[in-house]
Design a protein around this ligand. Structure first.
Ligand code: PMP
Length: 295
């Protein structure tokens, strides 16, 4: 079935959804994006995602061609147009068409597009058996170069780490910062469990302030599971009782082996499973796609 793409506010078929080869999003990765999920016809954490998109855009001095509220409406309309219940939504704002130089001032109008399609997760056995990871030598971009808080179209840092991970036989890879502290994976945040406490790296060390990460920290609080943001090394990672990843696309993924060391029992942990269950419950509370608004 063909899908409808929202290209600058107009619905076009996938084949007709085209942007200029002079768009700086393509020429230089000059743009920002978000990945959002809808569950059973409800968009999960819509406000948080759109806010982060606009914060990323603000940081790179890119003005989206519509307001934050208008963008939310366009996202809802796009899911509705494609009659989707469970969707992965990609929202992209690019600098727009310019000349061959870097100068963004030569790009008079930013562009945006929204894709709502079926979800793509890791294979289901990963969620049951757990994931094996490696740490890679590609360091995460330092905050003082390109702040990892900015979800820019420039994901080469993460792609290089992904390539390294895959060459080592793993589908995700753990990235460290320049000092060797554990940061995050190429597209997911990381948590460890130590003596019943959740620990995740603080955002100031250079990790994306993940929306799923935030939801998990709130859920932990509700469940009475202590959670702290701490800088930690591979030593603590290898010796943790449990480990899991969080991300919009991946949700909650148990990790059972890192750099050939078993984590805890080598099976998905008890606290990880509790968090996973609670997370599934909370995803039902998103913004309804089919009950409000025009379209
Ligand atoms: N880290 C990176 C580098 C990511 O790209 C993502 C996915 N957006 C995440 C973490 C997880 O963030 P979220 O829970 O907001 O999807």
């Amino acid at each position: 079935m063909d899908i409808w793409i929202n290209l600058n506010g107009k619905f076009v078929k996938k084949k007709e959804a085209k942007i200029s080869i002079f768009d700086h999003g393509l020429l230089y990765g000059d743009g920002v994006f978000e990945g959002i999920r809808s569950y059973r016809g409800r968009i999960f954490c819509l406000d948080e995602h759109v806010k982060r998109l606009y914060s990323s855009a603000h940081f790179i001095m890119l003005k989206p061609p519509l307001s934050l509220e208008e963008m939310k409406k366009e996202i809802i309309l796009t899911v509705r147009k494609n009659q989707l219940q469970d969707a992965y939504i990609r929202v992209v704002v690019t600098r727009g068409e310019g000349d061959l130089g870097l100068d963004p001032e030569k790009c008079p109008r930013a562009s945006y597009f929204i894709i709502a399609d079926k979800i793509e997760l890791y294979p289901s056995e990963i969620y049951e058996r757990g994931l094996e990871l490696v740490t890679v030598s590609t360091r995460r971009n330092p905050t003082f170069s390109l702040d990892p808080q900015v979800k820019s179209l420039n994901y080469l840092n993460n792609i290089l780490a992904k390539i390294q991970g895959k060459k080592a036989g793993c589908i995700e890879a753990i990235m460290l910062n320049q000092e060797g502290w554990v940061l995050e994976c190429t597209g997911d945040n990381i948590f460890i469990v130590e003596n019943g406490t959740l620990v995740t790296p603080p955002t100031f060390v250079g990790v994306l302030d993940g929306i799923t990460r935030d939801v998990v920290m709130k859920l932990a609080k509700q469940l009475g599971i202590p959670c702290s943001e701490e800088v930690f090394s591979c030593y603590r990672l290898y010796n943790a009782d449990e480990c899991f990843l969080t991300g919009t696309a991946a949700e909650i993924v148990p990790v059972v082996k890192i750099d050939d060391r078993e984590i805890g029992s080598g099976k998905p942990g008890e606290i990880t499973e509790r968090i996973k269950k609670e997370f599934q419950k909370v995803t039902r509370k998103g913004t309804p796609v089919y009950e409000t608004g025009k379209g």
